[in-house]
Design a protein around this ligand. Structure first.
Ligand SMILES: Cc1ncc(COP(=O)(O)OP(=O)(O)O)c(N)n1
Ligand code: 3NM
Ligand code: MG
Length: 216
């Protein structure tokens, strides 16, 4: 029997957000390596793309995700998530409310939400139609400039809630500070630069996977 999207999300530990790597022209090769290393979910997060370009990039990503059994996530846009039949739509605080996004994408795909406080995370954990949530940025990060760090205490606060839904820590996380995030209680992480800028994305993803699995 094929695992449902929710079952696949439940076992996901490592979530990658990547841009289209247009200038480097190596998106499929990069993803092949990162997913071979053990990335479970991949999101296209590239604010420079027009809708048509985003759709084309996502079609490429879908092929790689299917080959590796990873979930494909769309950032922000419910219309694009529907068009590409994405597995996941990720919504921030400024994006469509969940119920409106559900009207567009239907009941099948998963929806994730971003949060920066324990209170927002608690609300997301109880919000109808939300399948997982993220909390961050744990550390200030050049990938999302201008956002103050939420810090490890927010990760500790969310862990103390013992959320019913899967949740991920995000923001400034790399192999050098992963142990601090795990010690704060997170068991799933989202990363950008730790893989997009890794010399060996497969080895880096494998090391994330090993340490996340060891943490339980
Ligand atoms: C998995 C994941 N978590 C958090 C975010 C951030 O979403 P948002 O706050 O909407 O900011 P942008 O990424 O859209 O700039 C995310 N994209 N993915
Ligand atoms: C896309 C994003 N969202 C964040 C949030 O806190 O919601 S932090 C972030 C960027 C994370 O990038 P890196 O792993 O390179 O620090
Ligand atoms: Mg967003």
């Amino acid at each position: 029997m094929t695992a449902s999207l929710r079952e696949r999300l439940a076992s996901a530990r490592l979530y990658l957000c990547t841009d289209a790597r247009t200038e480097r022209g190596d998106l499929a090769g990069f993803l092949d390596e990162a997913l071979a290393g053990g990335v479970d979910v991949v999101q296209l997060r590239d604010k420079t793309l027009e809708a048509r370009q985003e759709l084309a990039v996502l079609e490429t990503m879908r092929e790689v995700c299917e080959r590796h059994g990873a979930l494909l996530a769309v950032n922000d846009r419910a219309d694009i998530a529907r068009a590409v039949r994405a597995d996941v739509l990720h919504l921030g605080q400024g994006d469509l409310p969940v119920r409106h996004a559900r009207d567009v994408i239907g009941d099948g795909p998963l929806i994730g939400r971003s949060n920066s406080t324990v209170e927002l995370a608690s609300a997301a954990d109880g919000e109808d139609g939300v399948d997982y949530f993220c909390v961050g940025p744990v550390w200030a990060t050049p990938t999302k400039p201008g956002r103050a760090a939420a810090g490890l205490p927010v990760v500790e606060g969310v862990a103390a809630l013992r959320p019913a839904r899967p949740w991920f820590a995000i923001g400034g996380i790399d192999l050098g500070n992963l142990d601090e995030v795990l010690a704060a209680g997170a068991r799933r992480v989202v990363v950008v630069r730790a893989l997009t800028e890794a010399e060996d994305p497969r080895a880096a993803a494998a090391e994330f996977g090993r340490r996340l699995a060891e943490a339980g």
